[in-house]
Write a protein that binds this ligand. Structure first.
Ligand SMILES: Cc1ncc(COP(=O)(O)O)c(C=O)c1O
Length: 424
């Protein structure tokens, strides 16, 4: 290993994620700063690169919580044991979740949480004698993780890389962005078509982020979409699972972003901010009714990961909750979020490339014209059957509604961008 400030493929035995990238060799972090081996400081404005270190680096209270727990007992397998840390964190999270959420299953990260949520939704139906339900519907432009099940939940073929043979064909609908579907009506129509084509009795859950993180940053559907979704849940009997891997634990100005929605979901997953970068920990929370299906059925939710609910991870999760409370961070995000939004709005008002500033709390973002093109096109990329035909038709319709502001406005330019997007 070199002791220089950067690591390249030549310097390392690590199987790098991107072989042509130079990686800063970070030795330590404090607050929002990271320091490399040569003493250069980097402003870490994105939580360690993945919206995880939301409380900053080197937080003494979290370090101490991890140390103290490791001294007592660091690991226990939760098929045989539980611990005060796991019990207390479960109490805390159910207290912070929306009304009616009574149970938590701990895991180590976001993908594990989402994959567990998919299994839980399936178990709910099977336990109630509804074994035909397995399909998931999700917005196409989403990211729920890189494991086989979670990767199947995105409708962006570019993200599937060469792993398609391992992926299951779930159903995708376009997101209802402000530009192309401001009322959410088209997305609801797409949902209806997907349900109809698949057979509503085969659909287990609708899976989405309340406010998108990486794949359509800071985007949230309009209220009418959420209301329509909840109505269809009541009609058709699927569950609504919210991926709050990024939005959970305060980022949007509430403990869970579900709080701002006009319905109560059935399952919520959370991860990144729960360990805040001091321990890998995630959680799947569910309503009593979902738990009740298992409790009154087989009485077992089989399969688990070795580190599920380990005392060390849960103790860090508890310390994070305590820290958020003691420093009033949720309230402070609530107060500062609109200011951030207004500041971005003002600063970007004259920027031709930016057509809107969107988001909630500290999950804000200026959407560019180009970005809108990507949204419009990518959301209409052919998705797994049976919604593919419909989706392709929408794409050509949207192209004909292209803005005329710049050279990107021609339909051929749109088609080009679609091709570029899918190649990514
Ligand atoms: C919304 C969302 N869900 C799930 C995941 C996957 O989480 P993990 O990388 O912890 O498995 C991510 C990761 O970026 C994410 O942003």
């Amino acid at each position: 290993m070199t002791t220089g400030a950067f690591i390249t493929e030549q310097d390392t035995r690590v199987f790098l994620r991107e072989l042509d990238r130079r990686y800063p060799l970070i030795e330590r972090g404090k607050g929002v700063w990271l320091y490399d081996a040569a003493g250069t400081s980097y402003l870490d404005a994105i939580g360690g690169g993945a919206m995880v270190a939301s409380l900053g680096h080197g937080v003494p209270e979290l370090v101490e919580a991890a140390r103290a727990q490791a001294e007592k007992v660091s690991f226990l397998y939760n098929q045989q044991f539980t611990s005060p840390a796991q019990e207390r964190l479960a109490d805390e999270l159910t207290g912070l979740a929306p009304e009616g959420f009574t149970r938590v299953h701990f895991v180590s990260g976001g993908s594990e949480a989402n994959e567990t949520a998919v299994r839980l939704a399936r178990s709910y139906h099977v336990e109630r004698g509804d074994a035909d339900r397995w399909r998931i519907v999700s917005p196409a432009q989403a990211y729920h993780g890189p494991t086989a099940v979670t990767l199947s939940l995105t409708g962006r073929p570019a993200l599937h890389h060469h792993y398609t043979p391992y992926l299951t064909e779930h159903l995708h609908i376009p997101p209802s962005t402000k530009r192309f579907d401001p009322t959410g009506q088209e997305a609801l129509e797409a949902l209806d078509l997907a349900l109809e084509a698949a057979g509503p009795g085969t659909v287990s859950a609708f899976f989405c982020e309340p406010v998108s993180a990486a794949s359509l940053p800071a985007y949230s559907p309009p209220a009418a979409f959420w209301e329509g979704l909840a109505t269809r849940r009541d009609q058709h009997g699927f569950l609504i699972c919210l991926d709050e891997v990024v939005t959970g634990m305060g980022r949007t100005g509430s403990w869970f972003a579900a709080e701002g929605l006009p319905f109560v979901p059935d399952v919520i997953t959370t991860a990144k901010g729960l360990g805040a970068g001091f321990a890998p920990v995630g959680a799947v929370l569910c309503r009593e009714e979902v738990y009740g299906a298992v409790a009154e059925g087989s009485r077992a939710f089989e399969l688990g990961h070795t580190w599920d609910g380990a005392p060390l991870s849960c103790a860090v999760g508890l310390a994070v909750v305590r820290y958020l409370r003691e420093h009033r961070l949720i309230e402070r995000v609530q107060e500062a979020g609109p200011r951030l939004h207004r500041a971005l709005d003002g600063a970007l008002a004259d920027c031709e490339l930016v057509s809107e500033v969107r988001g909630r709390g500290f999950l804000s973002r200026g959407g560019s014209t180009w970005k809108h093109w990507k949204e419009g096109c990518s959301s209409t990329r052919p998705s797994p059957r049976p919604t593919g035909t419909r989706v392709t038709r929408r794409c050509s319709r949207r192209r004909s509604r292209a803005p005329t502001r710049s050279s990107t406005s021609s339909s051929s330019a749109c088609a080009r961008r679609c091709a570029q997007w899918s190649a990514k």
